[in-house]
Write a protein that binds this ligand. Structure first.
Ligand code: SIN
Length: 367
């Protein structure tokens, strides 16, 4: 479906807005759905050596945590909310500490943030090369920002969502890339009166909550993650596929480079089959693992956004899904910045989060 003439005219106007001038909250309120889908083609992503800034963190994360007025763990297994900090003002050390905190807690929430689109790009680059989405909408002149807004007034979009179950949305961002996302953040600046929350689940605890027999069974297996959903989106909407959305093979249990903890790296969104298994074997095992994650309420956190909240999560340690319960009740809009990280790997000597916590507890008991 090529964009109609009216879309093209609006795109011309939008394309004159510079990055410095970009005020996405204003733009969405003035124009509604503004995301552009330019007809350009990007070459495949090049491999790179990821230097995670979390390696430079202070293990106590003092520079970050001492600057906060309140630090609240939202659940035992995942999610921390921090008050009294503007992400736009963080020092280099505080950003490094944030990388480690997010790796440990999975997702960290901040309220009333003033971070602009331009600042978000600079902030994001601290954590890794920014991913440019292959089909999703972006603001004019800012391809490294992904506009987060479901165009639910569009009947085709509405129809697609009507055919999905809520649990179908669980994913780690862009896991089909060879070097998928690490730390990632989303600012939501426009909300309906009610609804539009997001759920995250801990991929560390998803591993820990498997029985020892299943942990042993899945360790060392590999699965294919596919960009098929994005290829399909391009086909259905007619928007250009700006770069190939590839298929890549990743370990089912991966080791986080900062915490050293094992996490379960599969999800319904992009994981398609287990390497070397028959289709029936693969479907049965993956369906069990997807259900295990989606029904693991003891390792999930649900975040109720306020306008200008930011969530910062680690895609190596969590999965997430947006809750699309607000269609017809107003606009939900935000923007995501997606730094990429290392190629997923499994270190057979790595430990699980629970194992490390148990070891610490037993040392503390002896002291
Ligand atoms: C995302 O999947 O990255 C966006 C999540 C959301 O819209 O809450």
């Amino acid at each position: 479906m090529p964009p109609n003439t009216e879309d093209t005219k609006v795109d011309d106007e939008l394309s004159r807005i510079t990055l410095e001038e970009l005020d996405l909250k204003k733009l969405v309120r003035e124009r509604g759905f503004y995301g552009v889908h330019p007809d350009v083609y990007y070459p495949p992503l090049e491999p790179f050596e990821h230097k995670d800034p979390g390696h430079l963190a202070d293990p106590t994360k003092a520079a970050l945590l001492n600057a906060a007025t309140k630090v609240i763990d939202v659940t035992p297994n995942i999610g921390t909310e921090i008050h009294g900090i503007q992400l736009s003002q963080l020092s280099e050390q505080q950003k490094n500490d944030l990388a480690l905190l997010v790796a440990e807690r999975g997702v960290v929430f901040f309220r009333s943030q003033d971070l602009t689109a331009k600042q978000a790009l600079e902030f994001g680059r601290h954590f890794g090369p920014l991913h440019v989405h292959n089909v999703g909408p972006h603001p004019p002149n800012a391809p490294e920002i992904l506009t987060i807004q479901v165009d639910h007034e569009n009947p085709k979009v509405r129809e697609r969502y009507a055919l999905r179950s809520a649990g179908d949305g669980w994913h780690n961002d862009i896991s089909y890339e060879l070097q998928p996302a690490g730390l990632t953040f989303l600012k939501i600046d426009t909300l309906p009166k009610v609804g539009g929350d997001t759920l995250w689940a801990s991929a560390y605890t998803a591993y820990d909550r498997l029985s020892p027999a299943w942990q042993k069974f899945v360790e060392g297996l590999e699965a294919v993650h596919s960009g098929d959903v994005h290829r399909e989106t391009a086909r259905i909407t007619g928007y250009p596929l700006r770069r190939e959305a590839p298929d890549n093979v990743h370990p089912i249990v991966r080791t986080h480079p900062l915490t050293g903890w094992k996490s379960l790296y599969v999800q319904r969104g992009f994981t398609r089959r287990i390497v070397g298994f028959t289709k029936r074997e693969s479907d049965a095992v993956l369906e069990f693992l997807f259900n295990h994650i989606e029904s693991g309420h003891d390792f999930q956190v649900r975040f109720r956004w306020q306008e200008d909240s930011i969530a910062v999560w680690d895609n190596r340690a969590t999965y997430h899904t947006a809750i699309n319960d607000y269609f017809g009740n107003g606009i939900r809009h935000g923007f995501r910045v997606t730094p990429t990280a290392e190629r997923p790997y499994f270190d057979p000597n790595s430990k699980s989060r629970q194992q490390v916590l148990d070891e610490k507890a037993s040392v503390a008991k002896k002291d």
